[in-house]
Design a binder for this molecule. Structure first.
Ligand code: PEP
Length: 251
């Protein structure tokens, strides 16, 4: 099997201002130091307004910075939107696209997300492409078919393991404290790996993250599953001790 380094990614959502964001980032940078841990890469995705100060705070360390969303176009009349190139210009190396809060609150379709992911690749960013079923879809036995459809619809041409990451985030597990069973996570990640073979040239090398109520107490068992190559962490990424404990749980 291809060796894949874990990626522990923090999604700060609409939290933090310049001072506390830079302080949190600097705390993590001091723990990581200039060279990445051989087991994992650490990434923080702050709000776009503080990508620049957060990038400065982690400068000289192996902590990477990402955005939480981007527009498909390079520039133009798109009030309130941010181009992938602008995120790169501010210091980002990654961008999350298709988070369920974007799919639901902003009505983003997989076709929209595919355009955003393509923009990320164009700008030299790594796209973290999120997929995941709702609770009703899981209860109806549709979880795998929904996620398979989202993958087919959201992964752009030219996606590879070096420019794309998949994040499986069951919508009902985000911010709720609830998680799927380990068997359900493993089954979904296995399905995603198989599905990737028709969508990217190097499916065995693509990192597949699990997201949804990951915390220090459940990180080791989740990260220990086959085909789980890291975590996308919301709430627990806002506390350096908790986020660091999750990273330390990488096998
Ligand atoms: C997320 O927002 O991507 C997420 C997984 O949040 P939480 O860890 O808080 O469930």
């Amino acid at each position: 099997m291809t060796a894949r380094r874990y990626l522990i990614a923090g999604n700060w959502k609409m939290h933090c201002r310049q001072s506390d964001g830079a302080a949190l980032a600097a705390d993590l940078a001091a723990r990581v130091g200039p060279t990445a841990d051989p087991r994992f890469d650490l990434l923080v995705c702050p709000p776009a307004t503080i990508i620049s100060p957060v990038s400065q705070a982690v400068s000289g360390s192996a902590v990477a910075v990402g955005g939480q969303d981007c527009h498909a176009q390079v520039q133009g009349a798109h009030t309130g939107d941010i181009a992938a190139e602008m995120l790169a210009d501010a210091g980002a190396a990654f961008v999350i696209v298709g988070h369920s809060e974007r799919r639901t609150n902003h009505g983003e379709s997989s076709a929209t997300i595919k355009g955003k992911a393509a923009a990320a690749l164009r700008a030299g960013l790594t796209a973290i492409i999120c997929v995941g079923e709702t609770e009703a879809q899981r209860d109806a036995g549709q979880a795998e078919s929904v996620v398979a459809e989202q993958l087919t619809g959201s992964i752009p041409d030219g996606a590879t393991a070096s420019n794309s990451v998949i994040a499986y985030e069951p919508v009902w597990a985000i911010g709720t404290g609830r998680t799927p069973t380990l068997a359900d996570i493993a089954a979904m990640h296995g399905m995603i790996r198989e599905k990737l073979s028709g969508l990217v040239t190097d499916p065995g090398a693509v990192r597949i993250l699990y997201g949804g109520s990951v915390k220090p107490s459940n990180a080791a068992e989740i990260l220990g599953l086959a085909d789980v190559d890291g975590a996308l962490v919301g709430g627990a990424s806002l506390k350096a001790d908790d986020f660091w404990a999750i990273a330390q749980a990488c096998p």
